[in-house]
Design a protein around this ligand. Sequence first.
Ligand code: AHG
Ligand code: MN
Ligand code: MN
Length: 355
Amino acid sequence: MAENIYDNGNGGQKTVLTLSEFIIKRQEDFPYAKGELSRLLNSIGLAAKIVNREVNKAGLVDILGEHGTTNIQGETQKKLDVFANEQFIDAIRYRGECCAIASEENDDLIIFDEALAKKAQYVICMDPLDGSSNIDVNVSIGTIFSIYRRKSVDCMPTIDDLLQPGTEQVAAGYVVYGTSTMMVITTGNGVNGFTLDPSIGEFCLSHPNMKIPRTGPIYSINQGYFHDFVDGVKSYVNYCQMHDKPTRRPYALRYIGSLVADFHRNMIKGGIYIYPTTSDSPKGKLRLLYECNPLAFIAEQAGGKASDGYKRIMELKPESLHQREPLFIGSYDMVAKAEEFLQVYKDMEAGIVIP
Ligand code: AHG
Ligand code: MN
Ligand code: MN
């Protein structure tokens, strides 16, 4: 269990550390940023609090249910998707740190043309509301974001500023709106989790220096699609179900259907989350820029691993804003084992290995 207090380095005296205070302390990691990155993370924290307020009263007001429009993936948008998207954009737009956003809910790149934003050094990729099919049934949902330094200089930002590999991320995080609301962030120097204390309206450091257990007792996959998986994934799922005491198998199957919540649980308890290719979705379902990459950055910073089954997620070169990729993420040894299964079948198909 993580310590719920932070050593302020003052003779062992302990005190609560808010997200804002923590970010100011971490500012020394980014001397070149002159505080912009800190302010950006604060803006995201503010928007998360506003979204949290609406999520909490979703059953009380007419914000629940379908909005009637569809996003670029042809999925029906819920009202809270739209609301969350607007909140994050508004919180970031007028502050002057970010010049463009790629959002799941917008087909095209959002470019800020406000005078302040034009010179901004950062761009953001975000899934403002993840797990939206769970809104109507009062189950945990989330937000995922990723921050990059722009590549372009002295001009309007372009799509190439957003199409950077995940290795270029300077910060990433997620918010899980669960039994409590938590924001988990990395700036490339470990992972820290902050729990929202509603009585003071602040995210407070509750999970310092988070680490994913090297292995765990959980696998998370939508097994309803089992017959649509490739043989390597089917075989790995069978492996998860076999009895073997030393590796704690059979693993428990836990699948919420909210990526953030499934990933967060596995971060804490140890486990693997898989959204593989299926015959209907040959590239998988999850989006590289604003689902796979940010969580991959967090997983790696916590000692875990993120892969498309064969290659490191963060080294994939994005070609479009809403690109999908298969995702294998979580405890390092479990992801490595799943990769082994896929590789065996790949080699067999190539005639390299005779079973
Ligand atoms: P979103 O709500 O942002 O569209 O994301 C939904 C994603 C992800 O959160 C979840 O893990 C996955 O869809 C579930 O998909 P299946 O219902 O196909 O398992
Ligand atoms: Mn999502
Ligand atoms: Mn979403």
